[in-house]
Design a protein. Structure first.
Length: 100
């Protein structure tokens, strides 16, 4: 009976040691290094995207300011055109009075 228990325990020990997954995983470190490299690249790309986003926000803000200035210039220009029309009208009236 004792020998049977020892044989049974040895058989179980050999069976369980054969089920170990350590031997089935090869080059685990290589995969981890690849993941680290990919994460590093991702971090660099995120930094680059954040910088580009900041630059674009600045350009959009500048465009808004330029649009406001252009709108003001157009509004002022419309007022100038009205003033020029009045001046031309006065000149024509003087010319008409002088020719009479």
């Amino acid at each position: 009976m004792k020998n049977e228990k020892i044989i049974f325990l040895l058989a179980c020990l050999f069976l369980f040691s054969g089920c170990c997954t350590r031997g089935g995983i090869h080059n685990l470190g290589d995969g981890a290094n690849a993941v680290r490299d990919d994460l590093s690249k991702l971090g660099d790309e995120q930094t680059s995207a954040a910088i580009t986003n900041t630059e674009l926000e600045g350009k959009i803000e500048q465009s808004g300011e330029l649009a406001s200035e252009l709108e003001k210039s157009i509004t002022d220009g419309a007022g100038d055109i009205t003033e020029f029309k009045k001046i031309l009208q006065r000149i024509r009236e003087r010319g008409a009075e002088a020719s009479k």
